[in-house]
Design a protein around this ligand. Structure first.
Ligand code: IPM
Ligand code: MN
Length: 347
């Protein structure tokens, strides 16, 4: 039987609750679909940091490299470990080390879920650059703590990095409704963003079937609210994609529904799947976190592993569940109840 080995990193807070839920659904669909999943739980988290002084062991990346995919819950416990330490010690290094340069985030309304907008249907796929740009981590501080202190944080945009994410966006648009929105702020940022726009125009010649439009990020943010139906695939830099995908989550009903995949398209290293939401320490372990974003991320993992049929079954089960009104109102249904409903809807 085909077997996939999955690294499970539940992480912190509700990451633990929702990863357990997603794993239950994934194990069930694997049984129905004739393949096996073996999960290896890794306790890397802020608690692990408090015990060991590291978010993951020194050889953590090498350990992860052996797996077919990584399923992650959430990282962060800001009252105990500063976010800048926890994220730079676990989530961000994994994205970079495994060249997971495409962060894919689908934004659409599930049946039965009411978003805050008048628009009743939209289907946006955000592609966020995930390894460089504004989150490259290049910079420093001098004269710390003095009145002369200076902090510099430099965005890094490489031709290779921009080309590959834009190509990825064009390919996704080609496979969907043929429309690509390329997002910059080239009216204000005259080096990196003009560079991005130029590469967008250059690549457009290779994709005559894709209708590509360049937008400034502020205008695109407004469009996601005012006219989300007009958008198909959106491709953006790391920071802009980060912000736009929280808007995407909001318009799809909240972070409880926002899934994501950190993809290494070349398959030279494992990809990682995680809900967009954070660890929400205030509701951790109360059993009330919505696991749908994590389950949906699990479906994206199956799709990436080539188990398209099983991925489709999980999506259908999520939709059948929300169509019945389960998991559609914050705080109404418990994590376990939503999980059981999805499991029961699997065929
Ligand atoms: C996300 C998160 C992370 C990011 C944070 C926690 C570093 O906000 O996945 O969107 O910005 O990448
Ligand atoms: Mn974010």
């Amino acid at each position: 039987m085909k077997t996939y080995s999955i690294a499970l990193i539940p992480g912190d807070g509700i990451g633990r609750d929702v990863t357990a839920s997603a794993w239950t659904v994934l194990e069930t669909v694997a049984k129905h679909s004739g393949f096996a999943l073996t999960g290896t739980e890794l306790p890397w988290s802020c608690r692990f940091f408090k015990e060991t002084g590291r978010m993951m062991p020194e050889d953590g990346i090498e350990t992860l490299r052996r797996f077919d995919a990584i399923l992650l819950g959430a990282v962060g416990w800001p009252t105990e470990v500063p976010d800048s330490v926890s994220l730079h010690g676990l989530l961000l290094p994994i994205r970079k080390a495994f060249v997971q340069y495409a962060n894919i985030r689908p934004h659409r309304l599930l049946p039965g879920v009411r978003g805050p907008l008048r628009a009743e249907s939209f289907d946006i796929l955000c592609i966020r650059e995930n390894t460089e740009g504004e989150y490259s981590g290049a910079g420093g501080r001098v004269h710390q703590g003095t009145l002369d202190e200076v902090a510099v944080e430099t965005s890094i945009f490489t031709r290779a990095g921009v080309e590959r994410i834009l190509r990825f966006g064009f390919e996704q648009a080609r496979a969907r409704r043929g429309r690509l929105a390329s997002v910059t702020k080239s009216n204000a940022q005259k080096y990196s963003m003009v560079f991005w726009d130029e590469i967008t125009r250059k690549l457009a010649a290779d994709y005559p079937d894709v209708d590509v439009t360049s937008y400034h990020v502020d205008a695109l943010a407004a469009r996601m609210i005012m006219d989300p139906q007009s958008l198909d695939v959106v491709v953006a830099s790391n920071l802009f994609g980060d912000i736009l995908t929280d808007i995407g989550a909001a318009i799809q009903g909240g972070l409880g529904y926002a899934a994501s995949a950190n993809i290494n398209p070349d398959r030279s290293a494992p990809s990682m799947f995680e809900p967009v939401h954070g660890s929400a320490p205030d509701i951790a372990h109360l059993g009330i976190a919505n696991p749908i974003a994590a389950i949906w991320s699990g479906a994206m993992m199956l799709e990436h592993l080539g188990e398209k049929d099983a991925a489709g079954r999980v999506m259908n089960a999520i939709e059948a569940t929300t169509a019945r009104g389960v998991g559609t109102t914050a705080g109404k249904d418990r994590t376990d109840a939503i999980t059981s409903a999805v499991v029961a809807a699997l065929t």
